[in-house]
Design a binder for this molecule. Structure first.
Ligand code: 6GU
Length: 261
C-alpha cells in the first residue's frame, strides 16, 4: 500500500519508522511518503493560513497550497488515492473503516492545523475523488497529525504480511465475526503467582474448550461493565444460554428493544 501524508509538521511522523509499521516499510509492504505543505507556498514567509471570513477566533488553512500539494502528489495517476482529511467534525473512524482502508492501494492523508482547511478544498476534491472527513474520537486535538498516526497504525497492521501469523487480526476487539463487538478480556503470562496474585487456574488446565468459554465469559463481563451499549448490539447476533447467565450475573439488563426481531 502507498500512503502519502501532506503536513506542515513532517517530523511528526518519525514514529512511522518504528516497530511494526517501520518493519512493514522496510519489508516494502508499506510505501509511506511524507510531504511538507509549505513546499507548495510561493511567498517568503511560506504562509499556509489566513483569517477566517465572517470573523471568529483562530486561522484557516488557505486553499492554494493544499490544492497544489494534492495535485502534485496525485500527478497523472490513472487510479487516484482515497483522500482522508482528519477533523473532529468528521465521521467516526472505526475498525470497520480501518478494514475498508486496508483494501485500498493508495491513501492520501491531509491533516490540518489551526481551525481547519478552507471548505472549498473539500468541495473540489470531493467532486474529483473519494474523500472522507474522519474523526478518531470525541475529543479535540491540536491538529490532525496524531489522528493520521493512529489511522496509519490501525490500517497498517491489517495489511497482509504485517502481523505475524501468531497475532491474528480475527479476534481483535471490534473485529467482525465470532467475537464481534466484544472487548477482549484479561491476559496473563508467567509467573503463575506474582505478589500473591494467582493466574486463573482454568488457564493452566489444558482444557481448551473450557478456556475458550472462560475467555468469552470474561469478554462479556468486561464489555457489560465498560461498554454496555455494545452488549445491546450483541443481542441481535445471537447469545447462548451461558452468555445470558454471565450477563445476568454481571447485573446487565437488556432493554426490550434490544431483543427485537
Ligand atoms: Cl481527526 N483531528 C483533530 N484535530 N481533533 C480530533 C480528531 C481529528 N479526531 C478527534 N479529535
Amino acid at each position: 500500500m502507498r500512503v502519502d501524508i501532506i503536513s506542515i509538521f513532517p517530523e511528526y511522523f518519525a514514529p512511522l519508522d518504528v516497530s511494526l509499521i517501520g518493519k512493514a516499510r522496510r519489508k516494502g509492504l508499506l510505501d509511506i511518503r511524507v510531504h511538507q505543505l509549505r513546499d507548495w507556498t510561493h511567498d517568503v514567509h511560506r504562509t499556509v493560513d489566513d483569517t477566517p471570513y465572517g470573523g471568529g477566533p483562530g486561522m484557516v488553512m488557505k486553499p492554494e497550497p493544499w490544492s497544489e500539494a494534492i495535485d502534485t502528489v496525485i500527478g497523472s495517476a490513472e487510479t487516484p488515492p482515497r483522500l482522508i482529511v482528519p477533523t473532529p467534525s468528521g465521521r467516526p473512524f472505526t475498525q470497520e473503516v480501518a478494514l475498508e482502508y486496508a483494501k485500498e492501494p493508495w491513501l492520501l492523508f491531509a491533516p490540518a492545523r489551526y481551525e481547519g482547511i478552507d471548505a472549498r478544498v473539500m468541495a473540489e476534491y470531493g467532486a474529483r475523488l473519494r474523500l472522507d472527513e474522519v474523526s478518531i474520537g470525541d475529543y479535540v486535538l491540536a491538529g490532525g497529525e496524531a489522528a493520521v498516526l493512529v489511522m496509519v497504525e490501525a490500517v497498517g497492521r491489517l495489511l497482509p504480511g504485517v502481523l505475524g501469523n501468531a497475532e491474528s487480526v480475527a479476534d481483535d476487539s471490534f473485529a467482525p465475526g465470532a467475537m464481534a463487538s466484544l472487548l477482549e478480556g484479561p491476559v496473563y503470562t508467567k509467573p503463575p503467582v506474582w505478589r500473591g496474585h494467582e493466574v486463573p487456574p482454568i488457564l493452566l488446565s489444558g482444557n481448551h474448550a473450557a478456556i475458550a468459554r472462560w475467555r468469552r465469559d470474561e469478554a462479556l463481563r468486561r464489555t457489560a461493565a465498560r461498554r454496555p451499549e455494545l452488549v445491546a448490539g450483541l443481542a441481535r447476533k445471537g447469545l447462548d444460554k451461558r452468555d445470558l447467565e454471565v450477563l445476568d450475573d454481571a447485573s446487565f439488563r437488556f432493554m426490550p428493544e434490544d431483543m427485537a426481531d
